[in-house]
Design a protein around this ligand. Structure first.
Ligand code: NDP
Length: 281
């Protein structure tokens, strides 16, 4: 049998770990696949997607800066997760039509669960209101958390995000709220950094005593050593557990793999391999 063809499209794309991840998933599943990095010119994204599938491609991952354009291109057939995220990282063909999903949010939730943490009835603080924050709101609400507060440096973006989510999901009115960093009060079980502050080596203006007993600090940014400025700040301020976003990357990939191949693999050994690879350069 000829290998199944997959790719990740982005610009830049050199940094992507997706080919490595999917080759490890496929090995575990016993599937022969071919997964490439495709550097796509900024004016050629839609045509590149069409060409890929017309030549028999089975599935695409989409990364920066094309996730919004992938959403537009698959607008007729979006999953609920893609609709609520407002962006698409996974494309495939079904019944002759392009379909889109966003697996980032469920990837993060599953990575938190991997660490033995239940989200039901938890107080969750989400820092940031950009694309990454938007992508995790629906999967977080669906865990049955008690409270989800979105705070952002530009407070109006956090309130706009919450307003938009509540227009679609009014049943969460008593769970979801938003504001600026000065809105943070009390103690939180899970604090997620969905800002890019750690990439800029910036600390966030968080109040002292924020972390509840047995709390988790989660940074979507990842580093080889599972250590970012936010995680350092959180450990000093009493967070019990601290996790970077490498697992989110692996788990979002495993969800795409499932959509395309209908096979559930175990992401844990793949995460261990990737962590090791990052540490040894
Ligand atoms: P956006 O550019 O859409 O949003 C950036 C967000 O960060 C905004 O909320 C912005 O606030 C905030 N921000 C930036 N700098 C600071 C700062 N110094 N202090 C406080 N807030 C700041 O980016 P994305 O949402 O797409 O991505 C956010 C992060 O998540 C990135 O670092 C990315 O690497 C990571 N990520 C990780 C993934 C994974 O698989 N592990 C997947 C997706 C993203 P304001 O609105 O005020 O400007």
């Amino acid at each position: 049998n000829a290998p199944l063809n997959f790719a990740v499209m982005g610009n830049p794309i050199q940094h992507s770990y997706s080919p490595l991840l999917h080759s490890l998933f496929a090995k575990q599943a016993g599937l022969a696949i071919n997964y490439e990095k495709m550097l796509v010119p900024l004016d050629g994204f839609e045509a590149a997607v069409q060409t890929f599938f017309s030549q028999g491609g089975k599935g695409l991952n989409i990364t920066i800066p094309f996730k919004l354009r992938a959403y537009e291109q698959a607008k007729a057939n979006l999953s609920r997760r893609a609709q609520s995220a407002g962006s698409v990282n996974t494309l495939w063909m079904e019944d002759g039509q392009l379909h889109g999903c966003n697996t980032d949010g469920i990837g993060m939730v599953n990575d938190i669960r991997r660490q033995g943490i239940a989200l039901e009835d938890k107080k969750i603080l989400l820092l940031g209101a950009g694309g990454a924050a938007r992508g995790v709101v629906l999967p977080l609400l669906e865990t049955g958390c008690r409270q989800l507060l979105i705070v952002n440096r530009t407070a109006s973006k956090a309130t706009a995000l919450a307003t938009q989510c509540l227009a679609e999901l009014p049943q969460y009115t008593s769970v979801l709220s938003a504001g600026g960093f000065e809105h943070i009060q009390g103690q939180w079980d899970i604090v997620i950094n969905a800002t890019s502050s750690s990439l800029q080596q910036h600390a966030l203006p968080l109040p002292a005593g924020l972390f509840a007993h047995n709390s988790l600090a989660y940074d979507m940014v990842y580093t080889p050593e599972n250590d970012t400025p936010f995680l350092q700040q959180a450990r000093q301020d009493g967070a019990t557990m601290a996790s970077d976003g490498l697992g989110m990357l692996v788990y979002q990939g495993s969800e795409s793999f499932f959509i395309w191949n209908h096979v559930r693999i175990n992401p844990v050994p793949v995460l261990e391999t990737l962590r090791q690879q990052l540490l040894t350069g």
